[in-house]
Design a protein around this ligand. Structure first.
Ligand code: HEC
Length: 110
């Protein structure tokens, strides 16, 4: 009886592995609610030219600390091949969310 119990205990311990583990390799980043919204908007409006923030048709925007005001101006007015995003396309809160997401991406690159 006692050995059976020990055997069961040993089995469950081995089968389930240690109770505590480190975070899984490549754990998803923790975004604030605003950054998460920005990420969704970025995927919808920006990702085709800046895939994952890296260079595509547009230059990489995740590898250098761009001032928030510069990103806002770029989004609102566009430069060169980059289209301008008007109020109807993205309201101010949405632009702020995208900028927050990009700031987080740029910090993560350091
Ligand atoms: C149609 C393609 C296209 C889309 C869509 C696009 N971009 Fe761009 N983006 C570009 C190009 C091209 C440039 C380079 C413009 C130049 O300097 O001539 C650029 C430049 C930028 C820069 C400046 C990079 C630097 O090094 O100074 C930022 C920031 C940026 N884009 C953010 C965004 C964001 C945010 C969105 C979505 C709201 C977006 N872009 C959507 C093509 C695009």
């Amino acid at each position: 009886m006692r050995t059976t119990l020990l055997a069961v205990l040993a089995f469950t311990t081995l089968a389930c592995g240690p109770a505590r583990r480190g975070p899984p390799f490549g754990a998803p980043r923790q975004f604030t609610e605003q950054e998460q919204e920005g990420r969704v908007l970025f995927m919808r409006h920006c990702n085709q030219c800046h895939p994952g923030g890296a260079a595509g048709l547009g230059p990489a925007i995740n590898n250098k600390p761009l001032p928030s005001v510069a990103m806002r101006t770029q989004i609102r007015h566009g430069v060169g091949a980059m289209p301008a995003f008007t109020d109807e396309m993205l309201d101010d809160a949405q632009v702020d969310a995208i900028v927050a997401f990009l700031n987080d991406l740029q910090e993560a690159k350091d």
